[in-house]
Every structure is written in C-alpha cells, then in structure tokens.
Design a protein around this ligand. Structure first.
Ligand code: ADP
Length: 632
C-alpha cells in the first residue's frame, strides 16, 4: 500500500456533483485520440497556480520565501506506473480541494455536456478528436486526467499554511479528502500523482512527454522540468519581437489562451510606446466557441504587469469583442495594483481604448485585404460584433466599416459592406433600405421587396435577432438613414422604375379611393389603415407596419420574448395596378359588397408574412365560397 492509500483509507467518500460524475464517466469510458492534452491542462493549472502565488506574494513576500522558486516538475516512477506533476504555486486547502475538484462552478455546463455527447454519438472517425477539443475550451481541464489515469491523488499545501491534504479518486462517482502528513508533501503548492491506466503507459516515456510539453506548453513562463531538466523555453511570447515568433508558436499560444486547437484567423501582435508602454498579443479565432452567447461569458483577455499575471477579468476589450483572446502586458502600471482598483485605473482605461481601436482597425484591414479570412471571422462573430452598434455609440462608425450583410445583390454567400451599398445608390435614393426576417432566402421572396426590385434598389436582408435592435437606434451611415421596407410610406415613387416606368393599366383615382375606404370599413380595427402601395408590382396586397411603431419583425420578436404574442394591427397596402384590384375597384364603384374580398385580401397578406390568419375557419369558409363560385 502506498502512503497515499494509507492516508485516504480513513476518510469518508464524497459524491461528485452530478455534472462532474457525468463528465468523468465520459472521460473514463471514451477512447480519445488526443489524450495527450491532459498534460497541457494540468500544466496550465500549475502555471496559473504559480501566477496566483506570484500575485499574492506582491503583498506578502513571506509566501514566496517559504516555498522557493516558482516551478513545475514532472517526475516518473516507471515501476509504480506513476506520473507526477508538481508545482510550487498557491496550493489548495481541504475545502478548496473539495470545491474545486468535486464540482464545476460554471454556467454552460449543460451546453458543454450536450456537445460532448453529441460529438460522441456521431461516431464519425474523427469525432473523438472533436470532443477532446471542447475540454480545454470549457475549462474542465483537471478532469481530463481521468482519460489516462485509473487513480488520481492530489496532494496540496496552500501557501502560508502548515498542513497538507490529499484528494483522491478513481473517477467512478466518489472522492475523498483527508489530511496528509507524508514527508513527500510539497512545502508549498500541489502535486498531482497519476497512476496510469494500462493503455496509457506511453506517458511514462521521457521523449514522449518532452514532445508534448514542447508542443503545447513551451510558452509557459515558469520553468518546466522533466526529471530535473528544464524543457520549455519559458519566456513570455508576447514580449519577444514580432519577427521572432513563428506561426507554430502562435498556434500553441493561441491554444493556451483560447482552448482551441486550430490556427487563429487573425494575430495582432505589437508593442505600444509613448504615453503608455505595453505589449499586445491578441488572436481572433476562426470559429465560434460553444458558449459565445452565454450571458456570463466575459472577455477573457489576460492582463499582465511587467510579465506578472494580474487577472483575466479586467475586461480589456468591450463585450462585443469578447471572442478576441490573448494578453496585454503593461510596462507602467504599479505591480501591486489590486484587482478591485483596476476598474478605475486611468492607465487601464487608456490602454483599453487604444487596444479596442487597434483591434477594430486590424479587423478592417483584414476585411479589405483578406476578404476570405474576414468572411470566416464575420460568419462566426458577426452577430456579436453587431452588438457594438447599439452598445458603443462612440465607435459606431468604425463598426459600420467592418459590418457585412446579405442583400438582394449579394451573390451566393458573398456579403456586402455598407460602403458597397452606398456606392450603388439609385438616382434620388436617400435611404439604406433593409428587410428584417428570420432567414434570408424567405425574406428575399417577400412581396414588400417588389417595388424595390422593379427600381433596381438594393435591400439589406437582416436576419440576426440583434439586427432589429441596432437598426432602430442607428442614425444612418454616411448621412443615409436606415429604413425598413416593411414600415411606413415607401417613399419609392421618386426613384425611377428600371424599365422606364411603362404604365400598366390602373384603377382610376376616384374608384381606388372608394375601394380603400370600403376595405377599411370592412376590416375595422384589424388594420390601422388601408393605403395605396408603391412597393408592390406583382402582388395585390401586403401588410406593413405603421410609420412610427416598431418594425414588424422586431415587434414579433419582442412579443415572443414577453410571451404574449400580441402585436399591433398592420397597415394593409393595396396595389392599384393589380388586375384583381382594378376589377374590385370597378365593382365596388357600382355598389357591390367587397367585405368578403377584404377579409381574403388581408388573410392572404398575413399568410405571406409567415403568420396565421386570426380566424382560420372563417378564412377557409370564404375561400371555399369563392371557389364554389368558380367551380360550382
Ligand atoms: P479551470 O482550470 O478551467 O478552472 P479545472 O477543472 O482544470 O478548471 O480546475 C478547477 C480549479 O481547481 C481551478 O480553477 C483551480 O482553482 C483549482 N486547481 C486546479 N489545479 C490546481 C493547481 N495545480 N494548483 C492550485 N489550484 C488548482
């Protein structure tokens, strides 16, 4: 029996939180192709623990003195099949061992599990690799140890305390925490002992371990020793000159800061000099992290002061850039700055503003020079960037420059910029027209677009829920206001028709006016108004929102959010050139009753909007009666 066994035998087993148990089950029972990432995760935790100690030691230098140099040690016991990763970092007391390694105190756990299980059940040849990719992103790094270990013992001594404790588990539902007084307890920090599974003996080979460390953890700024020999280069990658950092090194570091195993789409690496001196190394990923829209997800740029890690919660970029990951390292902030003080620190404010500006200008440069790369960034993060259009008035103009949209002119998946749009304005066109909807293909067939198409006027198709919000508060781009094609007067008449405006037969003005009044009378408060349409060319009718209310898509969205489904009565627009309307106007002028026709016209317009008529039975009855006249 080993020492750890003796010590844990006396303590009462505790159950893992349900999510952890489920996660561990996945770890233990799935065969992953990239199990080696467990080492990256454990080293990353060890490195964080060293960073935390260094930060605490700024206030209390005894902490550093008692446990010696900050370092990470990997040692092997080939006979016992034990791999140990030890750090001289902050350590954990008994309660922290239990809290940190028995629960997952994070939102989005459910989403993560679902993705893990989803990826697993797909059973594609490469799927095992895929769900491993999620582990780092989610930050359940520690538990990945159970991919390769049949038993894990964590002996830890918290900095500034005398006692060590040991956490032990075989990953099958329970763990124990007990005091530990073996002589091999760390003086300060944590020692993670992995008793390897039979199928994981490869992780006892020096060469293999050294290769893994170099691949994933070379950048770690604390020395990593393998059996006493330092194997990482251990200098901060962001502080090196740009030309001396290779693509592979960027990829590795991006992996560390984002948890993703891929190339970053965009790398922003520079040193600012002048009033404030700081280094910046930021990455824009090429794909979405799974919890991008989690409301608790914060910007996770890491703030350092002269190579000392301070926090990743300083919100160094606005929340609409929360997908950007990396490091900002200040040369001139005081080292002993507390996290609480960061909020009001003028240097932090200045750096934040300057870096935000730089990120936006780098995105613009990417959009101009590498549209394909930018296309990837936009499709992953466009909806997030657009949050800035109503959150950050100050930078709205810069944001407009990097926004891309589907439009009635976009070819295939190619998006258009506002500059493209404005460059194509038609004679007398004074607004940027848009249509909001849930999907672009459906929006494109909307009858409201007919008049715009007939005039060759481009319309933006806005299909993200966020669009309906920013567009309402926007003052326009380059002096051109945004205008919904489903709202208010279309002011289209001053724009010439593409075919030169060949006149179609139209109901005369007097009988049109008569018809509008009759329809309005028949429909009562089901409509706000019935008006002549300029936006229709081939359909007979459509519905739009009044000039001053909400856009209909936004109103529907809000109604759904508030759970009542009630939206205001629409305006019914009637196309005076449509043969049906011409006939109806003539008959109405002769005194015929048009109330059934009025109902049918409204119901038809409602259906075209993707909605259901109020009175479905009445609709069917009227339609049958009409068909009976034709076929009866
Ligand atoms: P994450 O590191 O993303 O928070 P983990 O599951 O890997 O998730 O670790 C959970 C927590 O356990 C960490 O946040 C940290 O507080 C603690 N922890 C893990 N490893 C160590 C270590 N070597 N030293 C000190 N604390 C640790």
């Amino acid at each position: 029996m080993s020492k750890t066994d003796e010590k844990t035998a006396t303590s009462k087993p505790k159950e893992f939180q349900a999510e952890v148990a489920k996660l561990l089950h996945l770890m233990v029972h799935s065969v992953y192709s990239e199990r080696e990432v467990f080492l990256r995760e454990l080293i990353s935790n060890a490195s964080d623990a060293c960073d935390k100690l260094r930060y605490e030691a700024l206030k209390n230098d005894k902490l550093m003195a008692e446990g010696g140099e900050l370092r990470i040690d990997i040692t092997l016991d080939k006979k016992a099949k034990v791999l140990t990763i030890a750090d001289t970092g902050i350590g954990m007391d008994a309660k922290e061992l239990s809290d940190n390694l028995g629960t997952i105190a994070r939102s989005g756990t459910q989403a993560f599990m679902e993705q893990m299980e989803g990826a697993k059940s797909k059973k594609a040849e490469s799927a095992d690799g895929d769900n491993v990719h999620l582990i780092g992103q989610f930050g359940v790094g520690f538990y990945s140890a159970f991919m390769i270990a049949e038993r894990v013992d964590v002996v830890s001594r918290k900095a500034g305390t005398r006692k060590a404790n040991v956490w032990s588990s075989d990953g099958s539902g329970t763990y124990t925490v007990a005091p530990y007084d073996g002589d091999d307890a760390p003086v300060r920090g944590t020692s993670i002992r992995l008793t390897l599974r039979k199928d994981a003996k490869e992780f006892l080979e020096d060469v293999r371990l050294e290769h893994i460390v170099r691949t994933y953890s070379d950048h770690v700024s604390h020395p990593i020793y393998l059996e006493g020999r330092q194997i990482n280069s251990g200098s901060a990658i962001w502080a090196r000159p740009k030309s001396e950092v290779s693509d592979d090194q960027h990829k590795e570091f991006f992996g560390h800061v984002s948890g993703m195993y891929a190339e970053p789409a965009l790398t922003i690496h520079y040193k600012a000099e002048g009033r404030h001196e700081y280094s910046v190394l930021l990455y824009v990923p090429g794909e979405k992290p799974f919890d991008l829209f989690d409301p608790e997800r914060k910007g996770k740029q890491k703030l350092y002061v002269r190579r000392v890690y301070i926090t990743d919660e300083a919100e160094m970029l606005p929340s609409y850039l929360r997908f950007v990951r990396g490091v900002i390292d200040s040369e001139d902030m005081p080292l002993n700055i507390s996290r609480e003080m960061l909020q009001d620190n003028p240097t932090v404010h200045a750096i934040r503003a300057a870096v935000t500006k730089r990120v936006l200008s780098e995105l613009k440069k990417c959009a101009d020079k590498q549209p394909e790369v930018y296309g990837k960034i936009w499709s992953a993060f466009g909806p997030v960037i657009k949050e800035g259009l109503y959150e950050d008035m100050e930078r709205r103009d810069a944001l407009y420059e990097i926004c891309r949209f589907r439009s009635t002119r976009s070819e295939g998946q190619q998006n258009v910029s506002l500059a493209d749009y404005v460059g194509r304005l038609k004679e007398n066109q004074t607004a940027i027209y848009y249509l909001t909807g849930e999907d672009a293909a459906k929006a494109e067939t909307s009858p409201q677009l007919e008049g715009y198409k007939a005039r060759g006027v481009e319309v933006l198709l806005l299909t993200d829920p966020i669009d309906a919000f920013w567009v309402r508060t926007s003052l326009g781009y380059e002096g051109k206001p945004f205008k919904s094609v489903t709202q208010g007067g279309a002011d289209l008449e001053q724009i010439p028709l593409a075919d030169g405006g060949k006149d179609k037969p139209k109901a005369d003005d007097a009988s049109t006016t008569g018809l509008l009044t009759a329809l309005k009378g028949a429909l009562g408060d089901k409509v706000q108004d019935v008006v002549k349409s300029a936006r229709l060319t081939s359909s007979a009718v459509c519905i739009v929102a009044g000039e001053h209310g909400f856009d209909r898509t936004l109103e529907k969205y809000l109604a759904r959010q508030q759970g009542h489904g009630v939206i205001s009565a629409p305006v019914l627009e009637v196309n005076p050139s449509h043969p049906l309307i011409v006939t109806l106007a003539e008959r109405q002028a002769k005194g015929e009753d048009v109330s059934d026709a009025a109902q049918l016209l409204l119901d038809q317009a409602v259906i075209l909007e993707g909605e259901t008529p109020d009175d479905v039975a009445g609709f069917a009855e009227r339609l049958s009666a009409l068909m009976a006249k034709v076929y009866g």
